[in-house]
Design a protein around this ligand. Structure first.
Ligand code: NAD
Length: 284
């Protein structure tokens, strides 16, 4: 078989892709990859400056993208961005719900319960309600509201899909980060619910579950202030059969596959681990 006889290539020409959290480390790359495959990309973020910097790079490469400021926790902000996107790029065909993250207010300092020894220690009993609320809202409510606003464009159209970003901790929770683990488990579960709910409309809904990628979000957990690896980094690498952190660009093959309805037309409700084997390994 010759390359041009393959049943598909990633050609997203004519598609409009909306990526939230696209000013960040992982989703900025996804936005760039979608644009490189021909999609018109709405690069959306809470911070317009970050989104604009990504758009400038995409445009420099000769592809199509525009920056939009929106808060995934405010429906009116999403609707205002939606109106602009429809006018400037067209209705949405592909949505990546990338905005997400953790909060130190929802993290314990110790892996296993131990009585409080100093004011700096956060035990299970010190966890803040507002920390949990923030993390659940950002990861779950942000996915719900954004999907409500943009999946409406997909009704009655062919080749539309939503990609959510779950995490390794959705399969087995990671110590110290109970809110983020349970919120991402919620994202995986919600992905399957949405996939079922929209299946008859032809809207596919999948998720990727990245393993460990060293980015701004988890910097404090992985690296000491002097740049040396934390003990947690050692444990992560020992439990990742491939023995290293992922490189953000290693998410792109799965991203393009799952969002391209020619390649993944019969794939919906999947949560795909991209983790160097972390979720396959029992540690023994
Ligand atoms: P990041 O912090 O670099 O980027 C997140 C982006 O989301 C930021 O640009 C931020 O401004 C934006 N954002 C935050 N709140 C927002 C809101 N209310 N409305 C709109 N935008 C908002 O994070 P990242 O590491 O690139 O992570 C991207 C996604 O991947 C997240 O969902 C994260 O939970 C998930 N993830 C990351 C890792 C990792 O190792 N970094 C692993 C698994 C999953």
């Amino acid at each position: 078989m010759k390359a041009n006889e393959l049943p598909f290539t990633t050609d997203l020409k004519g598609k409009v892709a909306v990526v939230t959290g696209a000013g960040g480390v992982l989703c900025s790359l996804m936005a760039k990859a979608l644009a490189a495959c021909g999609a018109k990309v709405a690069v959306m973020d809470l911070h317009l400056v970050a989104a604009q910097a990504v758009v400038d790079e995409i445009k420099k490469d000769g592809y199509i993208a525009e920056a939009y400021e929106a808060n995934v926790l405010k429906k009116e902000s999403l609707m205002a961005a939606h109106d602009k996107i429809v006018k400037e790029l067209g209705p949405c065909d592909i949505l990546i719900n990338g905005a997400g993250g953790n909060s130190p207010k929802a993290s314990t300092t110790d892996e296993f319960y131990a009585p409080k020894v100093s004011e700096d220690t956060v035990t299970f009993f010190d966890l803040k309600e507002e920390g949990f609320e923030f993390v659940f809202n950002l990861n779950i409510l942000g996915t719900l509201l954004t999907t409500q606003v943009f999946a409406a464009d997909m009704l009655g159209k062919e080749g539309c899909s939503v990609l959510n970003i779950s995490s390794m901790n959705a399969f087995t929770p990671l110590t110290k980060i109970p809110a983020y683990s349970s919120a991402k488990a919620g994202v995986s579960n919600f992905t399957k619910w949405l996939a079922t709910h929209f299946a008859k409309e032809g809207i596919r809904v999948n998720a990727i579950a990245p393993g460990f990628f060293s980015t701004a979000q988890n910097k404090a957990l992985l690296w000491n202030t002097d740049g040396t690896p934390t003990a947690r980094t050692g444990k992560i690498l020992n439990n990742t059969p491939m023995g290293r952190f992922g490189k953000p660009e290693e998410l792109l093959g799965a991203t393009l596959f799952l969002t391209d309805s020619k390649a993944a037309g019969f794939v919906t409700g999947v949560v795909l681990p991209i983790d160097g084997g972390f979720s396959a390994y029992s540690g023994v």
